[in-house]
Design a protein around this ligand. Structure first.
Ligand SMILES: Nc1nc2c(c(=O)[nH]1)N[C@H]1C(S)=C(S)[C@@H](COP(=O)(O)OP(=O)(O)OC[C@H]3O[C@@H](n4cnc5c(=O)[nH]c(N)nc54)[C@H](O)[C@@H]3O)O[C@H]1N2
Ligand SMILES: Nc1nc2c(c(=O)[nH]1)N[C@H]1C(S)=C(S)[C@@H](COP(=O)(O)OP(=O)(O)OC[C@H]3O[C@@H](n4cnc5c(=O)[nH]c(N)nc54)[C@H](O)[C@@H]3O)O[C@H]1N2
Ligand SMILES: [Mo]
Length: 896
């Protein structure tokens, strides 16, 4: 056998296949200087600073892109190499005006390199003229005078975000960086992820919010408070304010990557209109009260209403924006101090269908896979999820998987960004997932392309399903869904060829009257292809809010307590009695929409709403507002005077996510620490603490002093899922539940050893059209959903410079429809459903199909939800935000 070693300096090193000289040298402890190289990115090999000698004769090669070969004799440092490196760096530095870069041990990367190699600041002979700085973008600044054309920004943009913003133009000394065809940064296709900033070695591309800032006073690691991806943040704090946020590079979730919201949209924390004192309303006037008064008033009022009208006339919406500890304590307060199961959370209006379907089919209502499965899979099915806008860090990873050869099947009525990277894009009419997925299943079964061994050993219900599929007509499904059968067959063939598959799903499945059925039909595909319970495969719904997974886990649901435990199981009840002192009622309580309906009928008298702006976000808004007005008591825990807070009797000012301690649980069941980086404005308090105080004022004796104490109780209450979870174990990457014991490592892939319910359940699912599919006089189907720059009701993002990136809601309309109706791009249009009407500026494109529209819901002025119907999925009670029959017409300019 040939010798599989090389020498580096005085060390003999084994060869690792594919390793470069640079990587091997660093492994062996030799620090070769680099400039254009970055460990996250593919080597550029352009700057030559990393030159090394590779044989006894002193042959010179660039370490960053030369593989280490057996027998090489590497010298990483010698007088000759040092001199070469100094000359090269001097050339770079002297291409810029004197003092552009100054050697420094704490400066930018190029300045640190100058310091290390002994290059002076003044490099004579320069003839360049100064170039204006591009500050057109609200978050990113480009200083051409600092750019050394190292192309790291270009690699970061392509290889991390997949956005391809940058290019190099010109030759030789006139080579310069460009933003595609755009003159200014602000006009480029940049999505503001900030990766280029993190990888730029000179500060040519930098964060605007760092202008003039000195080194931060502290850097605190926490979890992002926006979506359910759960990115880890390094929050830089200066003068008690958030100075800058960067992604934590060691984090398993995001590997240092962030999106425009997580990285940049933090200014709302310091907004001048934060709530800073509890507010009591009498009639139209608000009075600030001190906390002790607010707490005793509220506890008295809750007990009074409970005694007068009975426990079930009260209800609570626990917040998916707040911590696990807050959600847990609030449901406990209602279940024990009031004695009602009228507890629900916005998971209801979001992924309740997904959770119910997964629970029915597999035994647990959560993702079976992890984000780490994305690069491992052969085929991704992205169904009803616009990942690059709603979960950008995951979306970017899906894009990278597609760019590096995974098959990608996109199922979305709209041509979302990821559709451009797909092998097949199926565009069903909104609300027709069930027949479409059935058709794919039919083709798989009838062409013998299923994973028979898996279906046989791990599932039940196959015979009924295949009989049912046998009777379906593809011609009819083509008609219902609008999808050509050739495309259906192509999708089935791709799945079969590349299985097991990763199924990434979103609200385009969940928020429909057939939401639960849509997700179950997708699970059928998951099982027929043998995908659930395997690494690199399975079901990965992209959960919405930062803690929507956790909120449901904590018991923010009317039919189950903490850890999805049954309200009637004697063992559970005995444990609750022991820990809580009292077990909750056995009967399930009401869901969000049921509580709203009951309020409108006068049956619910009091609601506590924690961080949920139902007056803007719940469907059929007119009805919701009427219901809120009838309440004897509405308590709102909020950072801002939201649309809902205006109707409250008591508003309790809340701390934001970077101002409190606790945990969030992301969409892959990962419980991660939330750390307070800055103090909440005086008067605003962390939700969990306020709930504890109210409970104690109502006669409880809750002794939790920290959120960590609360987590210890959660572990005790729900040992199967959380028994092994404690704060001490949550660093650095959290724990994925189930984690039953203190020595359990957590679970990345659920159902690997068989389904939690025993066998996976295959289900025959009939198509039931939405009532909105057949509304005369409303010829368009309206989809509502999200845009990258804003977050849900926009309370937070509207108070940041994201507002200049996207100043208003918009309605997307197909070019042909727009032409037919004389609607111009940007023109304000009237949109009318049988439930209400509103207006918004039109965005004319081919992203939507003819006959469909898409409208965002991020601005209260638009009140998008006056349009949406009261229809819900009969099983999950999830509203149908994704299908509303509407008419649309242009408004004359003077009316707009
Ligand atoms: N930027 C941003 N990110 C967010 C949020 C935000 O407001 N802004 N909100 C967070 C929350 S709470 C959530 S729940 C997630 C939601 O994340 P997503 O589920 O990705 O978001 P949506 O835009 O609501 O809908 C996803 C897609 O469903 C498609 N769709 C509509 N009807 C159908 C259908 O019948 N079938 C299929 N297959 N597709 C359909 C729509 O065209 C849309 O592209 O995002 C989270 N992240
Ligand atoms: N038309 C239409 N409507 C929709 C949807 C749709 O697709 N189309 N999607 C639905 C979905 S999926 C969801 S999840 C809902 C979301 O609807 P909401 O839950 O109402 O909206 P959010 O913007 O997520 O957050 C609500 C409030 O939480 C507050 N908040 C943030 N952090 C904290 C905290 O730590 N403590 C407290 N007390 N408050 C805090 C914010 O200030 C904000 O006002 O909207 C639903 N509505
Ligand atoms: Mo959501």
């Amino acid at each position: 056998m040939t010798d599989q070693t090389a020498t580096i300096g005085d060390k003999k090193i084994s060869i690792h296949p594919g390793e470069t000289i640079l990587q091997a040298s660093r492994r062996a402890g030799f620090d070769i200087p680099t400039l254009c190289y970055h460990a996250d990115l593919s080597p550029e090999g352009g700057c030559r600073v990393c030159l090394v000698e590779t044989d006894a004769r002193g042959r010179i090669q660039a370490a960053c892109h030369t593989p280490l070969q057996p027998g090489m004799e590497i010298q990483t440092s010698s007088p000759r190499l040092e001199s070469l490196r100094r000359n090269i760096l001097t050339l770079y530095v002297s291409a810029h005006p004197p003092n552009t870069f100054r050697p420094s041990s704490v400066g930018t990367e190029i300045e640190r390199l100058m310091h290390r190699l002994g290059i002076p600041a003044y490099a004579p002979g320069h003839t360049g003229k100064s170039v204006p700085v591009d500050e057109s973008h609200p978050y990113l600044r480009f200083q051409r005078s600092l750019c050394i054309n190292c192309r790291r920004c270009l690699h970061a943009c392509e290889e991390i975000q997949g956005q391809f913003v940058y290019g190099l133009e010109g030759r030789g000394s006139s080579t310069h960086l460009i933003f595609g065809p755009s003159e200014r940064f602000a006009d480029s296709p940049c999505v503001s992820c900030g990766s280029c900033v993190d990888h730029c070695p000179t500060g040519a591309i930098s964060d605007i919010d760092r202008i003039g800032a000195h080194a931060p006073d502290a850097v605190v690691q926490s979890t992002c408070g926006y979506c359910g991806v759960g990115c880890q943040l390094d929050v830089e704090v200066s003068d008690s304010r958030i100075a800058r946020i960067r992604g934590t590079s060691e984090a398993e979730v995001n590997h240092g990557h962030l999106c425009v919201k997580g990285r940049y949209a933090h200014a709302f924390h310091h907004s001048g209109d934060r709530l800073t004192a509890p507010l009591l309303r009498t009639g139209d006037s608000w009075r600030e009260v001190a906390w002790p008064e607010a707490i005793s008033w509220l506890s008295r009022r809750l007990l009074e209403l409970r005694d007068r009208f009975g426990p079930d006339s009260l209800g609570v919406f626990t917040s998916s924006r707040s911590t696990n500890e807050a959600a847990y304590l609030l449901q406990k307060l209602f279940r024990t101090r009031i004695g009602t199961n009228n507890v629900d959370c916005c998971a209801r209006v979001c992924h309740s269908s997904t959770a119910l379907a997964l629970q029915t089919v597999t035994g647990t209502g959560a993702a079976t896979a992890s984000y780490a499965d994305i690069p491992l899979t052969g085929v991704i099915v992205l169904a009803g999820a616009n990942a690059t806008e709603a979960h950008p860090v995951v979306g970017a990873r899906i894009k990278q998987a597609a760019l590096s050869g995974s098959a990608l099947i996109v199922i979305d009525p709209r041509r979302i960004e990821l559709a451009e990277f797909a092998s097949v894009h199926l565009r069903p009419r909104p609300g027709t997932n069930v027949p479409l997925f059935n058709a794919i299943a039919k083709v798989l079964v009838e062409s013998g392309q299923i994973d028979e061994a898996y279906v046989e050993s791990r599932t039940e219900g196959f015979a009924e399903l295949s009989n049912f599929l046998g009777a379906l007509s593809l011609a009819q499904i083509e008609k219902i869904t609008g999808v050509d059968r050739k495309e259906i067959t192509a999708a089935a063939a791709l799945l079969a060829k590349n299985r097991p598959a990763l199924f990434v799903s979103g609200l385009g499945l969940s928020e429909l009257t057939q939401g639960t059925a849509s997700v179950m039909a997708l699970c059928n595909l998951g099982m027929l292809t043998g995908s659930i319970g395997k690494p690199g495969a399975g079901m990965l719904p992209l959960r919405g809010q930062n803690n929507v997974q956790g909120n449901a886990d904590m018991g923010g649901m009317p039919n189950q307590v903490t850890g999805y435990q049954s309200l009637t199981d004697p063992d559970v009840r005995a444990r609750l009695e022991q820990i809580w002192g009292i077990a909750p009622p056995r009967e399930a309580g009401l869901t969000i929409s049921e509580m709203i309906d009951a309020a409108a009928k006068g049956k619910i008298k009091a609601l506590w709403m924690q961080g949920e702006d139902v007056a803007q976000s719940d469907p059929n808004q007119t009805h919701v507002i009427e219901a809120l007005k009838t309440l004897e008591l509405l308590v709102v825990q909020e950072m801002f005077m939201s649309e809902t807070a205006r109707f409250a009797h008591l508003v309790l000012p809340a701390a934001g996510s970077l101002e409190q301690e606790g945990t969030f649980t992301n969409g892959e069941r990962r419980i991660q620490l939330v750390r307070s980086a800055v103090q909440a404005p005086a008067g605003a308090r962390a939700d969990w603490e306020v709930i504890r105080d109210v409970a104690n004022a109502m006669g409880a004796q809750w002794t939790h002093e920290t959120p960590s104490d609360v987590m210890d109780e959660i572990a005790w209450v729900a040992p199967k899922l959380f028994g092994g979870v404690s704060y001490a174990r949550l660093k650095p990457n959290g724990l994925q539940w189930p984690c039953p014991t203190a020595d359990h490592p957590g679970t990345a892939t659920v159902h690997a050893q068989g389904f939690l319910r025993g066998k996976g359940k295959l289900v025959a699912l009939e198509y039931v059209p939405s009532p909105e599919h057949t509304q005369d006089g409303y010829p368009f189907l309206l989809i509502t959903g999200r845009a990258l720059e804003h977050y849900n009701v926009g309370t937070m993002t509207r108070r940041t410079p994201n507002r200049s990136l996207l100043p208003a809601d918009f309605v997307e309309i197909h070019r042909d429809d727009a032409a037919r109706l004389n609607i111009m791009d940007g023109q304000t249009v009237q949109i009318q459903s049988q439930w209400g009407s509103t207006r918004a500026p039109a965005r004319v494109s081919e992203r939507v199909s003819p006959g469909t529209l898409f409208l965002t819901f991020h601005f209260p002025e638009t009140h998008t939800n006056v349009l949406t119907s009261p229809y819900v999925d009969p099983q999950s009670k999830c509203p149908e935000y994704k299908v509303t029959a509407v008419a649309i017409s242009p408004l004359p300019e003077e009316a707009a």
